[in-house]
Design a protein around this ligand. Structure first.
Ligand code: N01
Length: 547
């Protein structure tokens, strides 16, 4: 139990976060290993990203039968999904159901942030401090903090003087926001902005969208799931779970072909059209394998999407501004849309290209760009996140010698396998930087990491080790390997949050392992089977080499 008097409360493990990752991690450690576990969560409830991102139109863009846990056959059979791509309230209901079904909420302290975690080197334990003044001493510390949880609103001059309402999509009010009759500005056209635009356009008197980089948005293709389809999905779950591992990102597609360049222009066009109609990630990850590897192949699909955008937008100037150029299709995270381009055909919706006319400042009653003032009543910031490292650094984690994690990673994150970093024994990251994370269906990536971490902890206990810690050499080799794999693709060519390019001053390092989920799992399993190769095993009495 946490002792609010400020005394240290000993637990086996502290898990930070109550999203998909934190919930399953607590279940594994508490219910399978019998450890004492305390979860700490900043929100007032479970859900992680699905708790915070309540903006109108928020919806998952991975198919619902994939975007859920696979660890419990009973859970799979008792939960019915209502849509191909579940909306935020449905995912949040699902996570609440999971938390209640497995009695997980009692292990969490909600409305509480971790503000510090210091390694006690005499015992290799972690002293965790919260913003409520609680102190916990834990053998293991698991960061289930999510990659897109540290929101980022750029420091536009004058922001504090704005007299209207401002909203950040990643911390949206719990009560519905009514934009009726209001002049609304929306800054940002990533996945979030693209989802929001049609919804705000439906209500607002005027909507001005401030775009810096146009997206290659493709149709989502959402539809309801009827009872018959759900019954078939339930019957198919075992086969679905197996097939997921056949695809690098864990998302299943029919008919993925090796090369766009190997087919005729006519066949390519027909195939792209079929994938466009199929919706979801089909064009991005389910068409030709070489579109993310070869510039010429990429240009064939980029041109296809540009033509589609032009065909949907009436005004040629607006169509031109919405047309992406200068970076490969799919090198930024694919955005999926439902009525995004058509929204710009309405007279009350305007697009401002802030590369041509940058935002100079926010005034008390609007936004001033280089060419004019845009009077607005409300501003929505859909400006993204300090991805991967933002939430980790906020916790002020100090390892050996009192070194901050942010200092250890000053040149870019370097965790071995994305799971643990040298100088920080018994600290684990779930779907952290340098793991497949956001380019692997998140719930499956999370289960794989939680299972590996739980097995590792069980093994340490069975073999009487008190700590485990990545070797600096293994860490350095992994950093090189992740970079080499990324450099063989076109993904580092775009200024994306995968690279930290959206945060001024952040080191430009590609933070996702692109070697494919099955390959990655094999590496992790081999490391474990080989007595945790590349990690140092530390016994209570002495330090022992880890083979
Ligand atoms: O954030 P983003 P997001 N001035 O970083 C712009 C997941 N997600 O919240 O591209 C002007 O992608 C920025 O411009 P630029 C998904 O993984 C999933 O939309 O940097 N503009 C960009 O347009 C996604 O990728 C779902 O030039 C500025 C936008 O703000 C991730 O979350 C739904 C600016 C930020 O886009 C993040 O998406 C939603 C500035 N100073 C999110 N700074 C689904 O499952 C930034 N921008 C469907």
């Amino acid at each position: 139990m946490i002792d609010a008097s400020g005394d240290e409360s000993p637990v086996d493990a502290v898990v930070v976060g109550a999203g998909f990752a934190g919930l399953y991690m607590v279940h594994r450690l508490r219910d399978h290993l019998g450890l004492s576990v305390r979860g700490i969560e900043a929100a007032e409830g479970v859900g992680g990203t699905w708790y915070w991102n309540r903006y109108p139109g928020a919806r998952c863009d991975i198919e619902s039968q994939l975007y859920c846990y696979s660890f419990s056959r009973e859970l799979e059979q008792e939960w019915d999904w209502s849509e191909r791509f579940p909306a935020q309230p449905e995912v949040l209901r699902y996570l609440n159901h999971v938390a209640e079904r497995f009695d997980l909420k009692r292990s969490f302290t909600f409305g509480t942030r971790v503000v510090g975690a210091d390694l006690d080197e005499t015992s290799d334990t972690w002293l965790v401090r919260t913003d409520r003044g609680e102190r916990l001493r834990a053998r293991f510390l698991v960061a289930a903090t999510g990659n897109l949880s540290a929101g980022r609103v750029p420091d536009f001059p004058g922001r504090e003087n704005f007299r209207g309402h401002t909203y950040f999509t990643g911390d949206w009010p719990h009560q519905p926001v009514d934009f009726s009759g209001r002049r609304v500005a929306l800054i940002g056209t990533g996945s979030t902005g693209v989802q929001l635009v049609p919804h705000v356009a439906r209500q607002a008197a005027a909507l001005t969208v401030f775009q810096r980089t146009p997206a290659y948005a493709c149709p989502l293709g959402n539809r309801p799931i009827d009872a018959g389809t759900m019954a078939r999905i339930k019957a198919d779950y075992p086969a679905i779970r197996q097939r997921e591992w056949d695809f690098p990102g864990g998302v299943i597609f029919d008919d993925v072909r090796p090369s766009a360049l190997a087919e005729s222009a006519e066949e390519r066009q027909r195939f792209y059209e079929q994938k466009w109609q199929a919706g979801g990630m089909n064009l991005w990850l389910g068409s030709y394998e070489d579109i993310l590897l070869d510039e010429r192949a990429n240009e064939t699909v980029a041109g296809f999407v540009r033509d589609k955008i032009r065909s949907r937008v009436d005004d040629p100037d607006t169509a031109e501004k919405l047309t992406p150029r200068g970076y490969p299709f799919g090198a930024k995270r694919q955005t999926l849309e439902d009525g995004y381009y058509e929204a710009f055909n309405q007279p009350h919706v305007e697009l401002v290209d802030v590369k041509a006319t940058p935002i100079e400042c926010i005034t008390p009653d609007g936004i001033r760009t280089a060419d004019r003032h845009h009077p607005v009543d409300d501003i929505i910031f859909a400006t993204g996140f300090d991805a991967f490292t933002g939430a980790l650094y906020r916790m002020n984690i100090r390892g050996r010698g009192g070194r901050l994690l942010s200092d250890h990673w000053a040149a870019g994150p370097r965790p071995y396998l994305g799971l643990n970093t040298s100088g920080f024994p018994n600290l684990f990251f779930i779907t952290g930087p340098l793991s497949p994370s956001v380019l692997f269906n998140m719930p499956r990536a999370i289960e794989q990491h939680c299972d590996w971490i739980a097995d590792c902890i069980a093994w340490l206990q069975a073999h009487d080790y008190q700590a485990i810690e990545a070797e600096p050499d293994a860490e350095a080799d992994w950093v090189d390997h992740v970079r080499e794999v990324a450099d063989a693709t076109l993904l580092p060519q775009a200024d994306s949050w995968y690279l930290g390019a959206n945060v001024p001053g952040k080191p430009r390092v590609f933070m996702v392992y692109l070697g494919g989920c099955a390959n990655y799992k094999r590496i992790c399993d081999d490391v474990a089977a080989d007595h945790y190769r590349g990690l140092r095993l530390i016994s209570a009495a002495a330090t022992v080499g880890g083979d």
